[in-house]
Ligand binder design. Structure first.
Ligand code: AMP
Length: 232
């Protein structure tokens, strides 16, 4: 695969900034975050993945988040802030990181802005994943995730070489409980009401760039790296 080849000849330049991926569920943020963090060797901070791990381990936080996630709602801001604030403070984030799934509310965006300023990261680079709503349903219902390493596939657009098995580690591919059709509606609604307004919030700050997220994975990765290079 082109993207696997790219990761082998990784340029190893440092990200040196906070990069925010914003876009509706199913736009490909997780897939691209994995590609970009492989290329730059920076951590991929996905709040959704963190919550899923808590749910799997049955931690108190996981028990709180589980019913909310299963209904397509948003976990309360203070919980999200506590979790991601602790993660960003770890040493591996010192040279930048990719945020996938946060901020999702105005309160999270304002809080994050302060946190980044205080942490010496300055203004983030925000990548807006633009995709036709019609494609989202196909992306979400077709999405499968490796149970072992979290690699993301799509039965329609990006199938694994062997059905239901991860190309990287052979792990079983499963559907996320919130990718069921009945949960997709509330998730898209939460995005439209609470997260979509952040696009203009960041655009007005001059830190946002749009990306056509309907394009092929490798093309989107190329476009994102181009934006990050120019934003330096
Ligand atoms: P994701 O993997 O980003 O689609 O997130 C899965 C679910 O985790 C979401 O539908 C929310 O219930 C929860 N979640 C993830 N990130 C956040 C966030 N920043 N704020 C509130 N809830 C979140």
């Amino acid at each position: 695969m082109a993207e696997a080849g790219q990761s082998k000849k990784r340029p190893l330049e440092k990200l040196d900034r906070a990069v925010i991926f914003i876009g509706p569920p199913g736009a490909g943020k997780g897939t691209q975050a994995k590609e970009i963090t492989r290329l730059y060797g920076a951590p991929h901070l996905s709040t959704g993945d963190m919550f899923r791990e808590h749910v799997e381990k049955g931690t108190p936080l996981g028990r709180q988040a589980k019913p909310i996630m299963e209904n397509g709602g948003l976990v309360p801001d203070p919980i999200v802030m506590g979790m991601i604030g602790e993660r960003i403070s770890r040493p591996d984030c010192a040279h930048g990181f990719v945020l996938d799934g946060i901020p999702r509310t105005e309160a999270q965006a304002k809080w994050l802005g302060e946190l980044l300023k205080q942490g010496g990261f300055g203004r983030p680079a925000v990548i807006h994943f633009v995709v036709d709503p019609g494609l989202l349903l196909k992306r979400l219902t077709g999405r499968r995730m490796c149970q072992v390493g979290g690699e993301i596939y799509n039965v329609y657009e990006r199938p694994p070489k062997v059905p239901n098995r991860c190309d990287h580690d052979g792990g079983e591919l499963v559907q996320r409980p919130d990718d069921r059709e009945e949960v997709i509606g509330p998730r898209l609604q939460a995005y439209a009401e609470q997260t979509a307004p952040l696009v203009e919030y960041y655009r007005s700050q001059g830190v946002l760039a749009d990306v056509d997220a309907a394009a092929e994975v490798a093309d989107v990765t190329r476009r994102v790296t181009e934006i990050l290079r120019k934003a330096r």
